[in-house]
Design a protein around this ligand. Structure first.
Ligand code: 5GP
Ligand code: MN
Length: 333
């Protein structure tokens, strides 16, 4: 797919131009693509004279505090003086991923759905632009910004870069499109300061993160004749390292680096409403499809990066997932 033949659907642009009170929302527990594309969308709309608000159920993650914001990232809808007239949903493979807070609003307000996940059910009521071939939702937002004649520089470009570089594993995964690389080249030509951004993105570890990684790496399980590497993170691991959810981000990518591993799995326990559940993150390479495994447990994602939340503790979740994971390589033989 080249930049030249990408055209933003007309009904999407028309919805963005027609509505005046726009709320931008991405999936809860935002990763850099969810938050970067939200901020970039707000900057792009601002350049057309429209002050859009950004909402995220879990707010701006600490590791993105270096970004310049177009306004506060709302974590509650209570302070809105009235309903928005359009909700722009970004990077959500399904509507539930936006979190619980915003669901009643989505029942009564029109929405557009802009995403790059497989099996997105096209839940937008005004327009849907879903391109699983795109590296990041940030890439889609870049084309929307261009269509709105917003220059790809300054804070808008920084938010886009964060989104695209994170979802492509810093331009190394199979989803790294020529279009994504061209966008970055264009932004660098416009003055994007790559070394400064990389410094802000990479050299920001907390001590808790370092301790958690050390502890978890020690007990990683190598299973299925070396084809599966699994990191189980218990509530106790999190507590004893004083670690937050963000501190575990990135561990699963390290497991994928082990020679011979086809599927990397991280299972992180968390408590919700007094009950234990586990956040599963799966990674693979090439044709090995972990999205199908995540989908078995009500989750989803991409062929090589997928996730789900399962109402079990980490040990039990591993036991129920393992047969489905085996299917990843057995299917190909
Ligand atoms: P991660 O493992 O980093 O949380 O997510 C990897 C990919 O899977 C991301 O594209 C993310 O959007 C998707 N994903 C993670 N958890 C879920 C989930 O519970 N449901 C769906 N549909 N997708 C998920
Ligand atoms: Mn994404």
């Amino acid at each position: 797919m080249t930049t030249e033949n990408i055209s933003v659907p007309e009904e999407l642009l028309s919805a963005l131009r027609r509505h005046k009170r726009v709320l931008i929302a991405a999936h809860a527990r935002p990763d850099p693509d969810a938050m970067g594309s939200s901020l970039a969308m707000a900057w792009a709309l601002r350049s057309t004279g429209l002050d859009a608000l950004v909402f995220n159920e879990d707010g701006l993650p600490p590791f993105l505090h270096f970004l310049t914001l177009p306004g506060p990232v709302l974590t509650s809808l209570d302070s809105l003086p009235c309903d928005p007239d359009l909700v722009v949903c970004l990077d959500c493979g399904d509507r539930a991923r936006l979190g619980e807070t915003i669901q009643p609003l989505l029942d009564r307000v029109p929405s557009v759905n802009i995403d790059h996940h497989l099996d997105n059910p096209l839940f937008g009521t005004e327009a849907n632009w879903v391109e699983p071939g795109m590296a990041a939702t940030g890439e889609l937002v870049a084309y929307i910004a261009k269509a709105l004649r917003a220059p790809l520089h300054g804070a808008l470009a920084e938010a886009l870069y964060v989104a695209i570089s994170a979802d492509t594993g810093n331009f190394s995964y199979g989803n790294t499109t020529p279009g994504a690389l061209r966008l970055v080249a264009e932004m660098v030509e416009e003055g994007l300061d790559l070394p400064r951004l990389r410094e802000a993105m990479e050299n920001n570890w907390t001590e808790a993160r370092l301790r958690l990684w050390g502890r978890i790496m020690q007990k990683v399980r190598i299973l299925e004749d070396g084809k599966l590497a699994a990191a189980l993170i218990t509530l106790e691991d999190m507590k004893s390292c004083n670690a937050s959810r963000e501190d575990s981000e990135g561990i699963v990518e390290q497991l994928r680096r082990l020679s011979g591993v086809r599927v990397a799995l991280m299972l992180r326990e968390e408590e919700k409403d007094g009950k234990i559940q586990v956040k599963a993150s799966l990674r693979s390479s090439g044709r090995d499809n972990v999205q199908k495994v995540a989908a078995q447990f009500g989750g989803g994602g991409h062929r090589n990066a997928a996730g789900a939340t399962i109402a079990l503790d980490a040990e039990k979740a591993l036991a129920v997932m393992q047969p489905y994971i085996r299917f990843v390589w057995n299917r190909l033989q």
